[in-house]
Write a protein that binds this ligand. Structure first.
Ligand code: FNR
Length: 338
């Protein structure tokens, strides 16, 4: 039996050559604090495509200047970013993989000069800045910034867009009752806390008809926070609103201890897949081909996101193929020497 990990999968009109995704990882490597991609980014991402990861997802890319985690983040807030991003996407394609980009706003976790914004004026901890509470106008402007980011991602040639709604960044801050204390139509009940993300999904969908993923933090690890039960409901709403896949991460909304072990977030992907009947991605300490195959074969997730292991080994898919006794075709340029 051939390995499911290396079977193609089609989402909307995009066929991924296998089920391995490079998990989005900030590289803090823009040289001039202008959000522009460099040759380093091209090599970094293309290396993993050469290693035959099927979908290469670029790191959190800021939809506004104020929404950067650091001054060296990749940006997608200006049309001048399109050219550099297109170079990366083209390089990924030329190595036979599909390209994705995570569009993001850091909210109260932005570590940049100047004021920062969040649903409520609560700092993450003593070391972080106090954010300003967003006005309705700022909410509308930020929704529009996500839409513009998606438009630029399309122009840059990406195959997949992922909205970053995890890890305590802006969208997650709206979703969690721990960080959203608003009393207007964007806070209070779960439905109202979802409204900001719902508006963003709707706005992105006006310019993007390709595969749309959302990364969530499926558990706040806090007695008063959101849990996987809440996210099973949210995933159903997201599906109705046009999301294709939920990428299931967890935590980082408030300082909290996360129990980490191999596959520690896989059960979240499994529950959402089963309860919301939507495609899911599993991520977090997935390091071997056998582990990845188990997740897919047991129907616990549809894609496997690999983070740090792909930093350590850009050829991880080849290693996984050996473990799974699967013959991988080499990149076509290598065929004669194979
Ligand atoms: C990350 N992670 C992350 N997640 C995300 O959604 N957007 C991002 O930009 C980043 N940035 C980032 C940078 C670095 C250096 C690391 C190590 C991690 C989280 C990452 O995508 C992944 O979810 C976790 O690393 C867990 O998966 P692994 O590494 O155990 O496979």
């Amino acid at each position: 039996m051939s390995a499911l990990l290396f079977e193609p999968i089609t989402i909307k009109h995009v066929t991924l050559p296998n089920r391995i995704v490079m998990s989005p990882m900030c590289m803090y490597s823009c040289a001039d604090e202008d959000g522009r991609a460099t040759g380093w980014h091209v090599t970094h991402y293309q290396s993993r495509a050469m290693g035959q990861t099927g979908l290469i997802m670029l790191e959190a890319s800021a939809v506004t200047e104020q929404g950067r985690i650091s001054a060296n983040d990749l940006g997608i807030w200006d049309d001048s970013h399109i050219e550099g991003l297109k170079m990366i996407s083209d390089a990924i394609h030329s190595a036979g993989s599909k390209s994705a980009i995570q569009i993001a706003h850091a909210g109260r976790k932005a570590m940049i000069d100047g004021p920062i914004i969040a649903p409520s004026p609560l700092a993450f901890d003593e070391s972080m800045k106090q954010p300003e509470e967003m006005t309705l106008q700022q909410i509308n402007e930020t929704v529009a910034a996500f839409k513009e980011g998606a438009r630029r991602a399309k122009e840059a040639g990406f195959d997949v867009i992922e909205i970053h709604a995890a890890h305590g960044y802006l969208i997650n801050e709206f979703l969690s009752p721990l960080t959203n204390r608003r009393s207007d139509s964007y806070g209070g009940s779960q439905q109202k806390r979802y409204r900001f993300l719902q508006d963003i999904i709707g706005a992105v969908r006006t310019v993007w008809d390709g595969p749309l993923f959302v990364r969530i933090s499926a558990h706040d690890y806090h007695p008063d926070g959101s849990t996987i039960e809440d996210y099973a409901v949210l995933a159903q709403w997201m599906k109705e609103d046009g999301v294709d896949l939920i990428d299931c991460s967890s935590g980082a909304v408030v300082p909290a201890k996360i129990p980490v072990f191999p596959g520690y977030q896989v059960s979240f992907a499994e529950k959402i897949k089963t309860e919301a009947q939507i495609l899911t991605g599993a991520v977090g300490l997935i390091t071997s081909g056998l582990q990845a195959e188990e997740i897919l074969r047991n129907g616990r997730a549809d894609l496997v996101f690999i983070g740090r292991e792909l930093l350590r080994n850009p050829y991880w898919p080849r290693q996984a193929a050996i473990e799974l006794r699967t013959e991988l075709d080499p990149p076509k340029q290598y065929e004669r020497g194979w």
